[in-house]
Every structure is written in structure tokens, then in C-alpha cells.
Design a protein around this ligand. Structure first.
Ligand code: ADP
Length: 359
């Protein structure tokens, strides 16, 4: 037992420690003498140790195993009180009529840290990609915000002139102030949407209205499309069931697909530049969103690599948009696919399970 790397603790039927190996001593900080004779609950965090006796009792009564023979990750407690994550594989043996439990434990502290690091990297990458999308839209946004600012300046100058002449009509000034208010709200609205889109947030999977997600990105996509002389059209079915989703991440996916559609139409005749987003129920448990453009479409060669990180055919592309969108959609148990349209251009489709299917 002492030669094993994994910690072993053997208890009797009531949970009193009978033996433990050297690895367990190292892991928990108790000497073998200190541990033997104590209840196993000394190795558990207070919240678990309080319930342990009841667990043991219930198992002895019902024989319904929640952990024995299954193995699971849980928290353990060192002698100095430190709580740390472990994997516990628990088995029951009966020898000459005596029942004993053998717990095999592995310290997961490093493993958890690595997992957290990976998760953080993943979230950072998603945020970075969102910032890239915003970077690509920056020119259109600057233009959109400049317009109300210019209007505000004009109304303010006009009001000043009216006042300077001394015989100003108060009604004219009132009207100018009203315009100033409306225009500043318009600029503020764009900035607010931008801000909420680029702020890194925690991942929140919750029942969500897909229409609200689309409504949130609509003004941003419209600004971008109009700046590129593209007619944009949204068609969202009514009474769509909820999806379980992280709103910001799905916004990111859709905005990315719309942005790609805009890029794909840069060389098209302005007359034919049209971008559409359709959202509808595809199957009883799936919502589907199609983003349809009239751009250059996808070559067979590009089609093989679209979802690979860093694949791009654009001079200033990063090639992360579709790779990240694919990851996001998969983490929502959904799908992302694409096809060329018969009439030219491409369609990218996102499918997402509805709340009911997830239950
Ligand atoms: P990026 O936009 O930085 O290139 P993406 O991962 O979003 O990164 O896209 C990867 C590549 O997929 C693009 O460079 C382009 O070749 C292709 N692509 C994406 N969307 C479309 C589209 N709607 N039509 C044609 N090609 C597309």
C-alpha cells in the first residue's frame, strides 16, 4: 500500500479509519497513528462531514449506492483545514462477514488549476474575437456616432445664433433642444450596445428569447451594412420557443456571420448587395438561424478549412471568427453549417436546441 502513488484509506462499516497508506498521510497531513480510529469525516469539509453519518446510515439501510463503485470528484480537507479537490473511487469489500470500504484518492489541485487556465484562455479568446469583430466594424460605428454628434453641434450653434440675435423664438430653441436630446440618445444607444458587446462577462447559460438576442445586434449590423451599401433584412418568426444560451456568445456568433456576409459582398454590384437573417423553428426542438448573402460564395478548397483557427482568405483577416463561432455553437449543443446558394453567395446556418429539448 505504501508503494502506491494514490492515497488509500480503509474504513470499517461505520466509517472509522482502520488503515491508510503513506500517500494518504502526505495528502492529508495526519500521521497514520492520528488517523486510525478516527471517523473518515475528519478528511471532509465541514459541510460534507455533517451529513456523512446520515449517508452511511442511508446506504446501510437501502444499499442504494451514490458513490460506491461509481467514483466522483469532491472536496477533501487537510489536517490544517485546507480544502482541496480530489477524485475518490470508493469500493466495498466483504471479508468473512465483515464489511469494509476502501477509498482510493487522487489530488486534483493541479488538474483543476490547469482546467481553470484552459477555461480562462477560452473565455479570453472569445472576448478577443469579439473585439476583432468590433475592430472590423469600427469605421461604420465611427460614422454612425459622428452623425448625431454633428447634428447636436448644428442645433447648438443654431440655438446660440437665435439667442445672440436677442429676438429668438423660444419655440425654435425648444425644438432645437429636443433634437439635441434625441440625437444624443441615438449616439448613446450605439455606444451602450458596443460597450455591452465588448465587456467580458461570465458565461451564463439561461433560458433566453432568441428574438431579444437578434434585436440586440440588429442596430449594430444595420449600421455596418448601410455603411457598406448593403440592404439588410431580418425575418424572425413569432412565438419562437426559448433556447438555453449565453446571450452575448450567440450575439457574437450571429454578428460574426453577418460581418462575414458583408465582407463577402465587397466586390458585388451595389445593386445586388443584400444580406438576410431568417430565424424560425426547424424541428420541434430546434431553432434555426440562416444568414444569407449574395457574395462570392465558398470554394471547395475554402470549404474544407473554414472552421479551422487562423484560416482566412482576407488580407486583414484573423481567421478566428468561424472557429470560435463553431466552438460556441457546439458548447450550446447546436450546429453550424454552410452551403452555397443556387443564386450565388453563401448561407451560414446555426441550429440551437430549444429549452424543452435540453431538459
Ligand atoms: P476572417 O473573417 O477573419 O477571415 P472567419 O473565421 O470569420 O475569419 O472566416 C474564415 C474564412 O471563411 C474567410 O476568410 C472567408 O474566406 C470564409 N468565409 C466566411 N464567411 C463567408 C461568406 N459568407 N462567404 C464566403 N466566404 C466566407
Amino acid at each position: 500500500m505504501d508503494a502506491l502513488i494514490e492515497a488509500i484509506v480503509i474504513t470499517d462499516e461505520t466509517g472509522v479509519i482502520e488503515r491508510c497508506n503513506k500517500a494518504a498521510v502526505d495528502m492529508f497531513g495526519f500521521s497514520q497513528e492520528e488517523a486510525v480510529g478516527q471517523n473518515i469525516s475528519i478528511l471532509m469539509p465541514p459541510s460534507d462531514s455533517a451529513n456523512h453519518a446520515a449517508y452511511v446510515e442511508r446506504y446501510r439501510r437501502t444499499r442504494e449506492a451514490r458513490i460506491i463503485g461509481i467514483g466522483r470528484e469532491l472536496n477533501a480537507r487537510r489536517k490544517d483545514g485546507m480544502i482541496f479537490p480530489i477524485h475518490l473511487a470508493l469500493s466495498e469489500i466483504t471479508y468473512r462477514g465483515t464489511v469494509r470500504y476502501i477509498g482510493l484518492m487522487r489530488d486534483l489541485t493541479d488538474h483543476k488549476k490547469a482546467e481553470e487556465r484552459t477555461l480562462r484562455l477560452h473565455t479570453d479568446m472569445i472576448t478577443a474575437s469579439r473585439l476583432t469583430t468590433m475592430g472590423e466594424m469600427a469605421a461604420a460605428m465611427a460614422h454612425e456616432i459622428n452623425q448625431p454628434l454633428a447634428a447636436i453641434a448644428n442645433y447648438a450653434s443654431a440655438s446660440e445664433r437665435i439667442l445672440a440675435r436677442g429676438l429668438g423664438n423660444i419655440e425654435d430653441i425648444k425644438a432645437a433642444l429636443h433634437h439635441i436630446k434625441t440625437q444624443s440618445h441615438r449616439a448613446g444607444d450605439i455606444i451602450r450596445r458596443l460597450r455591452s458587446f465588448v465587456t467580458p462577462g461570465s458565461v451564463d447559460l439561461e433560458p433566453t428569447d432568441i428574438k431579444a438576442i437578434i434585436d440586440a445586434i440588429k442596430p449594430l449590423a444595420e449600421v455596418d451594412a448601410h455603411a457598406n451599401n448593403i440592404a439588410i433584412h431580418f425575418d424572425v418568426s413569432t412565438n419562437l420557443p426559448k433556447i438555453v444560451a449565453d446571450q452575448l456568445q450567440i450575439q457574437q456568433v450571429l454578428l460574426n456571420l453577418l460581418r462575414n456576409g458583408i465582407d463577402a459582398m465587397q466586390d458585388c454590384d451595389p445593386e445586388h448587395r443584400r444580406l438576410e437573417l431568417h430565424c424560425y423553428i426547424a424541428t420541434p426542438h430546434t431553432i434555426r438561424i440562416d444568414v444569407i448573402d449574395c457574395g462570392h460564395g465558398i470554394t471547395e478548397e475554402a470549404g474544407k478549412n473554414l472552421f479551422l483557427p487562423f484560416f482566412t482568405t482576407k488580407t486583414s483577416g484573423m481567421g478566428m471568427g468561424l472557429a470560435i463561432s463553431h466552438t460556441i455553437v457546439k458548447s450550446h449543443s447546436g450546429g453550424l453549417s454552410f452551403s452555397n446558394n443556387l443564386s450565388g453567395g453563401a448561407t451560414f446556418s446555426v441550429t440551437l436546441p430549444t429549452k424543452m429539448a435540453n431538459k
